[in-house]
Design a protein around this ligand. Structure first.
Ligand code: NAD
Length: 353
């Protein structure tokens, strides 16, 4: 088994979870890369790594076998393609790209080069989600699924912010869109589109509506009805001002409910950036026994679990159970949701791979 020698490209907010995951996975971080030295230096010191502002130095180092891409999504294509061309295994933050064509170009490049490639949709690694997936066959034929990401973003509905992360200046994008590429659909909504694919497979048809308040460049609500081979999915991503809703009463109200002939699975996820002390919940109601069983694990970071899974596979030289195309699937669904919302029409999902 080979050792993981990694370079991390992009040392902003999300990177701390990836550094933690790499440490959990026993990987050595040789390079940390960021355009801003101040963002990268503390990580370079902590990991005993070298800082560079030029990602090419990372991907050209023959000692590096794994590249973790945690830049804003608009840089993912350039960095991922360079790393793949250099034959590295790549773990890229979500969303994979700014559009499905770019996402597909990345996936196809990895397939052609036969390199290991993951888009890090870490919610698949929430213990309650993993356990729900394992229990899914217990439900028998699936009848209906409700999935929602209701996230507390403060009151962005009644007034447009005049400064800060959600402010849309006269020229250029809001900081939200510059960093993440969109509003609630791209931020929270992308994860639950990935979970739709994870639990039920790729949807074949959908109808969607998006709410983009006047004067903004981002949506605050995305609703959709998705048709899958396992029944309809009622989908909603919402940025809301409610501070004390949700199963932990902290405003985070993300849940999945899957109903089958033999029972129901309910997943309640916890605030994504506080995995160290907030745990998710799974409830399985078995229609045959009439019993409902609650599963509450210890708090554990899904990022750590994801990185351990990715690195174990990279060590063994296999792609493993997560397909390279995961990030493309979500980007294609986002594009179809937007098209449906613009045209007020239901659309067949035209998968290109
Ligand atoms: N999984 C999740 O739930 C989740 C949550 C938040 C963000 N994200 C994703 O993580 C990614 C990064 O988000 P963030 O919040 O850390 O953003 P951020 O703006 O805080 O950090 C990005 C960093 O990348 C650096 N950077 C930009 N271009 C670069 C380049 N060409 N080379 C080297 N460094 C470069 C910037 O200087 C910055 O320090 C985005 O794709 C975002 O969508 C995922």
């Amino acid at each position: 088994m080979k050792k993981i020698t990694a370079g991390v490209i992009g040392c902003g907010n999300i990177s701390r979870f990836h550094f933690s995951g790499l440490a959990q996975a026993g990987a050595r971080v040789k390079w940390v890369c960021d355009l801003q030295e101040a963002a990268a230096r503390p990580w370079a010191e902590r990991c005993g790594a070298t800082w560079t502002a030029d990602y090419r130095a990372v991907v050209q180092d023959p000692a590096v076998n794994t590249v973790v891409v945690t830049t804003p999504s608009r840089f993912h294509k350039e960095v991922c393609l360079a790393a793949i061309a250099a034959g590295k295994a790549v773990i890229c933050e979500k969303t994979l790209a700014e559009n499905p064509a770019d996402a597909l170009a990345i996936v196809r490049a990895a397939e052609r080069k036969k390199t290991i490639f993951y888009t890090s949709y870490m919610k698949r690694f929430i213990p309650a989600v993993e356990q729900a997936k394992a229990l899914l066959p217990e439900l028998g034929p699936i009848l209906s699924t409700h999935i929602r990401a209701h996230q507390p973003w403060g009151d962005l509905w009644t007034q447009a912010p005049t400064e800060g992360f959600f402010h849309k200046p006269r020229r250029g994008p809001s900081p939200l869109v510059a960093s993440y590429g969109g509003g609630i659909l791209v931020c929270g909504g992308s994860h639950i589109l990935d979970l739709v694919c994870f639990f039920l497979g790729r949807p074949r048809r959908l109808y969607a509506a998006l709410e983009i308040p006047k004067g903004r460049d981002y949506d605050l609500r995305a609703v959709a009805l998705l048709e899958t081979d396992h029944g309809p999915v009622h989908y909603e991503a919402l940025a809301h001002p409610l501070k004390t809703v949700g199963f932990l009463r902290d405003g985070w109200d993300e849940r999945i409910e899957i109903n089958g002939v033999h029972g129901r699975l309910e997943v309640f996820s916890a605030l994504w950036d506080q995995p160290e002390h907030k745990t998710s919940l799974l409830v399985h109601t078995d229609n045959r026994t009439g019993r409902a069983v609650e599963y509450r694990g210890a708090p554990v970071s899904p990022f750590d679990r994801a990185l351990v899974f990715f690195c174990d596979n990279i060590r063994r030289g296999i792609q493993g159970a997560q397909d390279r195309r995961t990030g493309y699937d979500v980007d294609e669904l986002i594009a179809h949701l937007k098209r449906s919302a613009q045209t007020h029409q239901a659309v067949d999902v035209k998968w290109k791979r």
